[in-house]
Write a protein that binds this ligand. Structure first.
Ligand code: DQA
Length: 149
């Protein structure tokens, strides 16, 4: 099974960015934690981070071209207004889990809405970096049980 883990704007600043909200682990540390967890389950992972909407869309499309089995996507602030990323997720029909480190529904009101979640098979938020591992598990089980859309 092949998964692509895509992180959006400002997540390259994890570790120093608002640690009281996002924790102290760097993106690199989170990625190696995911890698280690996934490997144990025979899942291979590719990682991508960008601050640009177009690059995120290109990587989502690439996941389709590469016949990835799933995408774990933290669209960061694009979550709340990028119809272009919503459309990309819909277009590729690769099962996608939206993930947030923080509990977006317990924060400012603009963060409560995700325009991307309706294109995803599910959303995980509020469990910090553990959320990425939960997403690996969720994709593994939903694709095994024929739970794909
Ligand atoms: C985030 C939540 C978003 O609202 C915010 O813009 C981010 C990070 C999270 O992982 O909690 O950049 O996606």
């Amino acid at each position: 099974m092949k998964l692509v883990i895509i992180n959006g704007p400002n997540l390259n600043f994890l570790g120093t960015r608002e640690p009281e909200v996002y924790g102290t682990q760097t993106l690199e540390e989170i990625e190696s934690k995911i890698q280690e967890y996934a490997e144990k389950q025979g899942v291979s992972c590719s990682f991508f981070q960008s601050n640009s909407e177009g690059d995120l869309i290109d990587r989502i499309q690439q996941a389709h071209m590469d016949k990835a089995d799933g995408i774990i996507l933290n669209p960061a602030a694009y979550t709340h207004y990028s119809y272009a990323i919503h459309d990309a997720v819909k277009a590729v029909a690769v099962p996608t889990v939206e993930i947030h480190l923080s509990a977006i529904h317990a924060r400012e009101s603009f963060r409560k809405e995700s325009v991307i979640a309706p294109a995803c098979i599910g959303q995980i938020s509020g469990f910090g970096a553990t959320g990425y591992l939960l997403a690996v598990q969720a994709l593994k089980e939903s694709t095994n049980s024929g739970g794909r859309k």
